[in-house]
Structure formats: C-alpha cells, structure tokens
Design a protein around this ligand. Structure first.
Ligand code: SF4
Length: 433
C-alpha cells in the first residue's frame, strides 16, 4: 500500500484519541541531535468538532484483533486497514519536523497480532527515532496493555509521555463494551510507570541516567457510551491522580461511529457540555484542592449544566461566604468563584503592603462579575452580595451563557431548569433582585 494512503487511513483513525498534549518536560538540545521539548510541547490543531489534535498524530496500525463495541477500528468493522513500518513512522516524523510542521509525535496503536508484538513495533519505531536519527523532540506513546513489563519499560525510556487509556469508567462497562480487554491489564502498566518513576526519583541525580517517562503519564475516558454518573467519573479521576500521579485525565465525549444495540443511539449528539464540565471539575481537583466528594454528592451525582462546578459548589455552600479578601487564607480564597490560584497569590502579596479595597481587586486579576456574590473587602460589600443563593444562581447565568447552553443538548438543559426557581430566573434576567 502507498505511504500516502496509509497516512490517510491511520491519521484519520487516530483522531478519536484525545489524550494528546505536552507539558512539564524540558530537554536540552545536544550537539548532533535535532528537536527539543519546550514547555509549549508539540503543535496542536483543532478538528471541526473542537478536539485538540497534534499535527503528527498517528495510529501505528488499525488492524485490531479486539472488538470494542464503541471503536471504529474493531475487528468486526469492514473498513480499510493499514499498518506502518517502524521506519516509515520515523521517516515521516523527521520529514514533518524538518518542514517545521510539528514539534513531536503522538503515536498510538490498535493491537496487531498480540500486545507484545504491537509493543515491540512501537519500541522499534522510537529506537530508530532516538538512536539512529537523534530525534530529541517530544514523543507521546501509548503503553500497550497486556504487553510484557520489559517492553513497557523500554518504551518508557524512549518516550516523554506515556498513556494507557482507561476507556470506560467501570469494570462492568469494560466487560460489556470492550470484552477483550482485561481491566487488570489496563492498570498494570500505570502502576509499573508510577513505580519506576518513584524508584528513579529516589536515586541521586548523577545515577539517574536517562529519564523514564519524564513528562509523566496520562489517560483517557470515553464519556457517555456507558451509564456511569459524573460523580463516579470524577471519583475515578481523583483516584488515578492520587494513586498513579497521572499528569492528566482526558475526557472524550462519546461519538457514535458504530451501530450497536449496546451503545447510545447513533443519532445522539456527543455530550460536549458534559465533557466540558468534567474538564472544569478536573481542574478543581488538580489546582483548587477540591475533593471529588465536594464537587458532586451522592444525592446530586451529575453536573448542573447551567453552572460550572466551582460556582455550583459555592451556591450549595453559601454559609461558607462571604470571604473577606483582606484576611482569608489562600485555601479560602481559592474557593471563591472568580479567584484562581494566580489571583489568590496576587492578593496575598498585595495585602502585605496595603489594605485592599474593592477597586483594587480587578487589578489583582479577580473576576469581579463572579466574585462579587461571595466576597467582602475590609467590610466593603460589593453590590452583588446578598443573602439569597437562588438569586445569585439566576444572576450568574447570563443571557449569553443561556444562549450558548441552548446549543448543547436541549433535553438535558430543560431537565436542569427544575434545579431552581424558573420565575426568579426570569425576574433576575430582567434585572430584578
Ligand atoms: S483495542 Fe479496542 S479500542 Fe483499541 S483499537 Fe482495538 S478495538 Fe479499538
């Protein structure tokens, strides 16, 4: 098969994997080598459905021996199949790099023959790139679940980042929709990567040698193909961050590509707003010191589609507010909608030198439009601060947001309207209090 045709098939097949971004790795360029990994990492592009993709994002093969119900590459689908050779992927990467099209490579793969064989091909590809071509650019590669530990280790010393896709948020869903996959095999490489990284970190720098997966590991979960609640997904993410020190969990709104009775109807829209809320919640876990239990409760296990998770927490915990920005701790400030880690730091620094006033807050990076319902400043009360969380909810949902929300799943949106008083909502929209 012509190389061009292979690229067409395998670049297309890779687009459903969203776990691609680079961060947290810097490597100095050496004499005789090319490429470098900067903080900005590999180049990204956006597909029409809003997904972020790298410019050279390939599947090594789509000739899969597995039959996951949600996947376009499953063996029972009649689609064109192709497989690169390691040399082809290495040459393509270098060609694209030299033309300045890319900063690195994102290489995933279906399972061809068996996990070991697939992993060996990936190792071979990365060896050509690193050892023969001297490529020092960013490489994100999939760890192949079920492959031998020695192969995973070898791969990890050649790549910057590795990822193992959890795929579905529960063992039951995996059993149903990915019957060839053993959940144990999915978590085993994650554990191995964590252990090797920890052991390496304990060694004195001089003894560390080449870094094992210096940019850490990530994973991806498909959202909406199975019935788990938002809470159970956020709890899994929390567990993954804590247990395996994952850098990122990516969420991929389920896109129907197969007709299958076990899956949601082919006509349904991808749950993009849900995906967006999950990313916001993920941010709260990683940077705002929230726990999954605080973000979503057993009683309300799904996101409020009108309010982002932080505002939702704030209105559910209104007695926690107002927070006085002159005296509050960093952790208290982080809980205020409209205040992020950077603006919280700015507040702490500024108040060492002077007493803050409401007029100062905007300059410190606080989004007053949101924060005004939750703060005081040296006893000054912003106009939005009143003792009625329901009114606050209605005020926070701007007409613009309302219009944006209408573009998402209409049915879910109307269900969410019952979460608060519709009359008050309409009243507040007209400017009443
Ligand atoms: S293992 Fe499953 S999800 Fe991965 S390519 Fe094969 S069929 Fe698709």
């Amino acid at each position: 098969m012509e190389l061009e045709r292979k690229i067409e098939i395998l670049a297309e097949a890779a687009k459903y994997d969203v776990s691609c971004s680079s961060s947290g790795v810097e490597k100095n360029k050496r004499t005789g080598s090319i490429g470098s990994t900067k903080i900005s990492g590999i180049c990204h592009s956006f597909t029409p459905d809003g997904r972020c993709v790298s410019l050279l994002k390939l599947l090594f093969t789509n000739a899969c021996i597995f039959d996951c119900h949600y996947c376009i590459n499953r063996k029972s689908n009649e689609i064109p199949r192709a497989t690169f050779t390691p040399q082809e992927v290495a040459d393509l990467t270098i060609d694209f790099y030299r033309r300045n099209y890319i900063e690195g490579l994102f290489l995933s793969s279906a399972i061809i023959k068996n996990p070991d064989y697939t992993c060996e091909l990936l190792v071979k590809t990365l060896k050509i790139l690193r050892e023969e071509k001297g490529f020092r650019g960013y490489i994100h590669v999939k760890a192949i679940p079920g492959a031998d530990e020695t192969l995973i280790e070898e791969l990890g010393f050649l790549a910057d980042r590795m990822s193992v896709n959890v795929e579905l948020p529960s063992k039951e869903s995996l059993k149903l929709l990915a019957p060839d996959k053993d959940p144990f095999d999915l978590y085993k490489p994650m554990k191995q990567i964590t252990t090797i990284k920890k052991e390496q970190g304990l060694l004195p720098t001089i003894q560390q040698g080449s870094k094992f997966v210096p940019a850490g590991q990530s994973t991806q979960m498909i959202i909406g193909a199975s019935p788990e609640s938002d809470r159970s997904i956020v709890k899994i993410s929390e567990n993954l961050y804590q247990k395996y020190q994952l850098k990122r969990v990516y969420y991929s709104a389920y896109i129907p590509v197969n007709h299958d009775n076990l899956l949601p109807a082919v006509t349904s829209e991808p749950p993009l707003l849900r995906e967006h809320r999950l990313y916001q919640a993920d941010w709260l876990l990683r940077y705002y010191k929230f726990s999954a239990d605080e973000i979503l409760s057993e009683e309300k296990p799904n996101f409020n589609l009108y309010l982002d998770p932080k505002v939702n927490w704030a209105v559910q915990n209104y007695p926690f507010f107002p927070v006085d920005v002159q005296t509050a701790s960093y952790d208290q400030l982080l809980r205020v909608p409209g205040i992020g880690p950077k603006s919280a730091q700015n507040i702490l620094k500024a108040r060492k030198y002077y007493r803050l006033h409401l007029v100062d807050l905007k300059k410190l990076g606080i989004v007053i439009k949101r924060a005004q319902y939750f703060i005081t400043c040296n006893q000054e009360r912003p106009s939005g601060l009143i003792n009625d969380p329901e009114w606050v909810i209605a005020s926070l949902i701007s007409s613009k947001q309302y219009e944006t929300l209408k573009q998402f799943n209409t049915q879910s949106m109307y269900e969410q309207l019952t979460l608060f008083d519709v009359e008050r909502f309409e009243h507040a929209k007209k400017g009443g209090a």
